[in-house]
Write a new protein. Structure first.
Length: 250
């Protein structure tokens, strides 16, 4: 009887080869599933980012409706901070304030200005706490400052804000998506030997692939004056006209 029991136990055990085969199958399944899971997770992050931008756009339009149809003055604010040391909202006269403080009364939570695809940035272009990006992940079109929204001919082709590591874009093709003509490059500060080339990955960051510091194969989200949000695939600027920033007027 004891011999029969031992024989049954021996037959129930896996051999080394069987274990290796099972482990190999599991490894193959994981390698197939992980990219799919990553893409699904990134798709959710991009959707949240677009929703945040859309809510920010609503706040900006509500502000304009209460202020003679003009957007807020933002010629001074160019930092990442919402609050001062006393936990008060910083004024728009504060150079270190984030531009969205002008719309604080219309925004329920500063995290609406955060992008989940940019919540773990290791550094920022200015020497501040990297966690600030969780409340300051969008760049403002500097041409939108004090703009009377009813003078824009096509609200669906005027940029209010978009994904950017710079809080406010104001240096033309050096930090905006348009270039200086066919064959030239946009975002010149962030490309090649530009002084901010190590931050390029933070711009076209949605669905981006790491490895090449000058190409992400990713997308950026754009908030337009009519409050729709769209994704822009990584571009050198030939398909982005300057008028998207400066606007066409009635």
């Amino acid at each position: 009887m004891q011999g029969v029991t031992s024989s049954l136990q021996a037959r129930r055990a896996f051999t080394l080869i069987e274990l290796l085969v099972v482990i190999a199958i599991i490894a193959i399944l994981i390698s197939i599933m992980l990219p799919c899971l990553w893409r699904a997770k990134e798709s959710v992050r991009q959707t949240v980012c677009q929703s945040n931008l859309r809510n920010l756009g609503v706040a900006m339009i509500l502000y304009a409706q209460d202020n003679n149809l003009r957007l807020a003055k933002s010629d001074l604010t160019n930092g990442f901070y919402w609050y001062d040391s006393a936990k008060r909202i910083r004024p728009t006269s504060d150079r270190d304030a984030y531009w969205a403080v002008a719309y604080a009364g219309y925004i329920k939570d500063p995290h609406v200005c955060g992008c989940p695809s940019f919540s773990a940035v290791a550094e920022l272009i200015y020497p501040v706490d990297p966690k600030l990006i969780c409340e300051a992940a969008y760049g403002l079109n500097s041409y939108a400052s004090e703009k009377k929204i009813t003078t824009i001919r096509d609200a669906g082709q005027f940029i209010l804000a978009h994904d950017h590591v710079e809080p406010k874009m104001e240096n033309g093709s050096r930090d905006m998506f348009h270039n200086d003509g066919p064959g030239t490059l946009n975002l010149q500060m962030y490309r090649g030997n530009g002084e901010r080339n190590r931050f390029y990955f933070g711009i076209f960051r949605h669905s981006a692939r790491r490895g090449d510091p000058q190409r992400t194969y990713g997308k950026a989200n754009i908030l337009w004056l009519d409050d729709h949000v769209s994704a822009l695939a990584e571009t050198t600027g030939d398909d982005v006209p300057l008028r998207w920033y400066t606007g066409q007027y009635r």
